[in-house]
Design a protein around this ligand. Structure first.
Ligand code: FAD
Length: 652
């Protein structure tokens, strides 16, 4: 029986304190996870599901699963990660369903390949959903405490010691301490030590980690002020309802699992807001030089936006509920660290916020991260066997990126303790593979966020096929419980049934005539395999299988139907992508001229243009090693170089 179960049986996360009277044996674990955030909870859960006796040691049991910033899960790239974590049996997607109070499919008007799910969550329901899932894990114990020292004998890992001197023993340690290492919180000229507001930083631990893994740096992130809901004039804001029908995140969930749904709202900053912000900059830590860490490029503070996009007269703000019972809202888009009084002034200049009351000021936080190039792709440190780093400590930003690292680190810590070979997803297998490969080969020079554009196999890595891509792996690795195994088998069976049916079906020109006419397609010349007809972009399988359609008699699951269709439609493009990736790898020595006008190469991402201009790499291989340059950027770079050479020839 776990220590947890013995001490407080059903009272998981409410009463549990590990008694100091316990002997060394009871303090010994197959694996210990430090930190109950997004990386830590996934790592602890997966270790326990794999049958390992696991301890989750964290500052405060009440904050296990806490969302430090925006209460939202998913979006493009992040939603894909969430569904991949789900396919591996993780917690995040299920929690997003149980807590999701506003769900949307992003890019709904575009093809399935680029669609992504996003949930605005009730912050406290989310935490509850993570905690209640953890409660179901029988091998899992929880202890409160601040880890302060990794216990080593020479280079051999022995366990962890807390600030109060308690020791826990294990040869596998997964460290997921987020923004807490030497965390400093900035608001205007005020600076306080903290891991996030209300939590103390990990200073002693940070010092020792420097000896273990000396390549380190400072990064920063920020959060907006929270507003009192009742002080906002919603009548002046633009309402945005969630989608109908609502998307569902987890393969374990259904729409019935979602709580009550509510709307989000939109408003904008204006020129007066920008003036107040500009006038406050002299006291802003970003501009006084108090903050040295690099912030997230894709989530800039409102100060940054006002300065960098000086020509813009307004910036959008999503007014998002913090929860169903909460009287706070989260104004997404105005993250700030200027002086608290000035925050109130600029907030009140915004339409709908004229009488807004700030319940918690915005702030920026600076923290240490460790260079992920010092990790193996399993997230094990190269210096100490059995010590894993996962989450924001590796220079990433975002809950989903952290959770993804947590589950992979947990899987590998578990496998290593059994003497099993590591498992690391490949770049063409999962966005998780892209994230890992980017981190450990290129490192980071700013907080890393996953975008679909970082992947070269986007048509393969869709959100609709996560379970199909990774479910089999999860089964082999022993990550799924009985219910998950049953649902996976059902899903596989349905996909197989549809694939077989498509493969066997043929259609005649007469049968297809009216449908093809209605979608503007040219008539069929002869009886053809359905699989071939489906390659036409205008032909939609769902429309043929529709009650009034050609195959009205068949009855298939609509999501599985869409997956089979996308696989067919994209197969040719995927093969081409694979070929291109191979070709790119062989062209590493291709020289890059020093005078290339990178800034004018519009098919490259803004980040790539900026970084290539700054670094001026000598070869394509060197360009590929710059953090933030994706394989897609490199493909586009080759095309742009050719176009540029052709233009130069014409001019000559
Ligand atoms: P966390 O979720 O931070 O969890 C760390 C856990 O470790 C906590 O439970 C903590 O109590 C515990 N811990 C720390 N030190 C110790 C110790 N010594 N002993 C025991 N336990 C310890 N992401 C975005 O994508 N967009 C944003 O806009 C954004 N804004 C943010 C704003 C702020 C102010 C903060 C703090 C974070 C923000 N983030 C944002 C980042 C996001 O919150 C993190 O990426 C994510 O929470 C990282 O997950 P994690 O598991 O690595 O760490």
């Amino acid at each position: 029986m776990s220590i947890l179960a013995r001490n407080c049986s059903t009272q998981f996360l409410t009463n549990f304190v590990l008694g100091s009277s316990l002997g060394k044996k009871e303090r010994s674990f197959d694996a210990i996870v430090i930190g109950g955030g997004h990386a830590g909870t996934e790592a602890a859960a997966v270790l326990s599901r794999m049958g390992h006796k696991t301890l989750l040691l964290t500052h405060n049991k009440q904050s296990v699963g806490q969302m430090s910033c925006n209460p939202a899960i998913g979006g493009v790239g992040k939603g894909h990660l969430t569904k991949e974590i789900d396919a591996l049996g993780g917690l995040m997607a299920r929690a997003a369903d149980l807590a999701g109070i506003h769900l949307k499919t992003l890019n709904a008007s575009k093809g399935k390949a680029v669609q992504a799910t996003r949930a605005q969550a009730d912050r406290s329901l989310y935490k509850q959903a993570i905690q209640s899932q953890l409660k179901e894990h029988t091998n899992l114990s929880l202890a409160e405490g601040a880890a302060s020292k990794v216990l080593l004998e020479g280079d051999a890992l022995r366990g962890i010691e807390t600030e109060s001197g308690e020791r826990y023993y294990s040869k596998r340690l997964v460290l997921t301490v987020g923004t807490f290492l030497n965390g400093v919180i900035h608001t205007g000229r005020e600076q306080i030590s903290g891991g996030r507001k209300g939590d103390k930083p990990s200073i002693v631990l940070a010092k020792q980690l420097l000896e273990i893994s000396p390549r380190t740096g400072r990064l920063k992130t920020g959060t907006p002020p929270r507003l009192l809901r009742s002080s906002i004039n919603f009548g002046l804001l633009q309402e945005q309802a969630g989608d109908i029908p609502r998307p569902v995140f987890s393969f374990m969930s259904s729409r019935a699992d979602h709580p009550e749904q509510v709307s989000c709202y939109i408003t904008h900053t204006n020129e007066e807001t920008h003036k107040i912000i500009r006038d406050s900059l002299k006291d802003s830590p970003l501009h006084t030089g108090a903050i040295e860490g690099v912030g997230p490029r894709y989530c800039p503070s409102i100060e940054d936006k006002v300065i960098k996009f000086a020509e813009k007269t307004r910036h959008q703000i999503f007014v998002e509920p913090e929860g169903l019972g909460s009287n706070e809202v989260y104004p997404n888009g105005i993250s700030t660290s200027i002086e608290a009084k000035k925050q109130e002034e600029f907030v009140r200049s915004i339409v709908g916020f004229e009488n807004a009351k700030i319940t918690q000021s915005g702030y920026a936080i600076e923290y240490d991260y460790f260079d992920p190039r010092d990790l193996n792709p399993t997230f094990e440190t190269k210096t100490i066997a059995g010590l894993y780093f996962a989450g924001q400590i590796n220079g990433t930003t975002g809950y989903e990126e952290a959770a993804g690292q947590g589950i992979v680190a947990g899987i590998n810590a578990g496998r290593s303790s059994m003497g099993d070979a590591p498992w690391v997803p490949r770049r063409d297998e999962a966005f998780l593979g892209v994230l890992i490969d980017d981190l450990v080969t290129k490192g980071v020079d700013e907080p890393y966020r996953l975008f679909t554009s970082r992947a070269e196999f986007r048509l393969l890595l869709r959100q609709d096929n996560c379970l199909d891509r990774l479910g089999g792996r999860a089964l082999e690795l022993g990550l799924l419980d009985e219910k998950q195994r049953h649902l996976l088998a059902r899903s596989k069976k349905e996909l197989e049934r549809i694939r077989n049916w498509v493969e066997k079906s043929r259609v005649t020109p007469e049968e297809m005539a009216s449908y093809l006419g209605s979608v503007g397609g040219s008539p069929l010349k002869e009886t053809s395999p359905l699989a071939r007809v489906l390659l036409r972009p205008e032909v939609r399988l769902a429309e043929l299988v529709h009650p009034g359609g050609l195959f009205a008699e068949v009855d298939f699951d609509s999501d599985a139907l869409a997956t089979v269709e996308m696989d067919l439609k994209y197969a040719g493009y995927v093969a081409r992508d694979l070929e291109r990736a191979e070709a790119l790898e062989q062209r590493g020595e291709t020289p890059l001229r020093a005078d290339l006008p990178y800034e004018s190469f519009e098919s490259l991402s803004f980040e790539a243009r900026q970084k290539l201009s700054a670094v001026q790499p000598e070869t394509l291989g060197q360009a590929s090693r710059i953090p933030g340059i994706s394989p897609a950027d490199l493909q586009n770079l080759l095309v742009e170089i050719k176009k540029n050479a052709d233009r130069t020839k014409v001019r000559a």
